[in-house]
Design a protein around this ligand. Structure first.
Ligand code: ADP
Ligand code: MG
Length: 349
């Protein structure tokens, strides 16, 4: 048995096989402090809420933090920001340990193979990802997993480009970051991130329209389609502007980084994933911009992940199973194809 784990700024998602199905377990990467008197420990225990006790109260974690934040009209806090453990949240590590434990569960066998995703180094901010990567590796090894770490962009390639022997360009547009990897036969030729994603869009739209950020996030997740035909001055109009700006920014950095490497002269398909790629019209807009960019590499087919929110976790699972079977990626095509045709179940605790 093997598992994959996507540790994202907004969502922590575990993927594992259950017979022919791939099962995903998801928790929000969030917490919220409550006064001890707001809810009794007994109530929390009976309703199986994930929490930790602290000196000055209780912290609710994961999905429950989000649920109760609405009830108590408080803001849910995030242990991570811009793709890594937030240096501003001193409780971040113990909180993430509990969320990860809940999502992963115990290993099915001692030293079960686990692949986790990590952001690649950002090219636009002075942030080092090593501490985050090593902490998450140690945390999951502490749970008795045989942990291996891969770049988030490579996980997208594992998930979506098995038909191309894991050669291609993988792009994950998440909450805190956008991650990009160019790989040839599952070996990264170039991996980087930019510190812009869904959160950046929310912040910019909130700043330009004067609306609260939470309101913008909710509007964004509800809009059915990205379209240029919107009312001028509406939040939808501002969202459109910043989605466009984010894509132009990411493509500009891909172009610049491609200029620094000498890739083999082959065609590279491209796969786009991540929660921020969910709105209808996002993929078409990104595809058009990628075609117009005229990269140094030949970009063949451009695909949108079948399940954009779960693609990174799924890719980590495929990498773990490939490793476990001791197969070279180019020979692992058969087993991953079986996975891609199997039913996918979404389970929530
Ligand atoms: N239906 C939707 N439409 C637009 N954005 C969405 C939707 N659902 C989620 N998102 C955005 O996707 C991002 C989370 O995606 P995810 O890939 O899980 O990020 P991360 O891996 O960084 O946690 C958030 O910015 C969230 O607002
Ligand atoms: Mg993610």
């Amino acid at each position: 048995m093997a598992k994959g784990l996507d540790i994202g700024t907004m969502n922590i998602i575990c993927a594992e096989k259950d017979g022919e199905d791939v099962v995903f377990m998801k928790q929000r990467n969030a917490f919220m402090n409550l006064e001890s008197s707001d809810l009794t420990k007994n109530m929390l225990d009976t309703s199986k809420v994930l929490y930790i006790e602290e000196e000055d109260g209780i912290s609710l974690l994961g999905e429950d933090a989000f649920r109760f934040a609405t009830i108590f009209e408080k803001e849910a806090r995030r242990p991570m920001s811009h793709g890594i453990i937030s240096p501003r949240e001193k409780e971040a590590i113990p909180i993430m340990k509990l969320i990860v434990e809940r999502v992963l569960g115990n290993p099915k066998s001692p030293k079960e193979v686990l692949y986790i995703s990590t952001p690649a180094g950002p090219v636009d901010v002075d942030i080092d990802v090593l501490y985050h990567k090593k902490t998450m590796e140690a945390l999951t090894k502490g749970l008795n997993y045989d942990t291996h770490v891969i770049d988030e962009g490579l996980a997208v390639i594992y998930s979506e480009l098995s038909d191309y022997n894991f050669t291609g360009l993988g792009i994950s547009v998440g909450a805190g970051m956008t991650n990009v990897t160019l790989a040839y036969l599952a070996s990264p030729l170039m991996s980087f991130s930019v510190s812009r994603g869904g959160d950046w869009i929310d912040e910019q739209v909130a700043k330009s329209t004067g609306l609260p950020k939470e309101h913008v996030t909710a509007t964004k997740e509800k809009i059915s389609k990205l379209s240029k035909q919107v009312q001028i001055g509406s939040p939808e109009g501002a969202l459109n502007v910043y989605y466009d700006a984010l894509m132009t920014y990411v493509i500009g950095h891909i172009n610049r980084r491609l200029g620094e490497i000498t890739p083999p002269k082959v065609a590279f398909p491209c796969a786009i994933a991540g929660g921020s790629s969910l709105p209808q019209g996002f993929f078409e807009m990104f595809e058009k911009k990628l075609r117009e960019a005229k990269f140094k590499i030949e970009v063949s087919k451009i695909v949108h992940a079948k399940d954009p929110l779960n693609a990174v976790a799924r890719g980590c699972l495929i990498a773990a199973r490939t490793f476990e079977e001791g197969k070279h990626p180019s020979k692992a095509k058969q087993s991953t194809q079986q996975q891609s045709s199997s039913k996918t179940t979404q389970k929530k605790e």
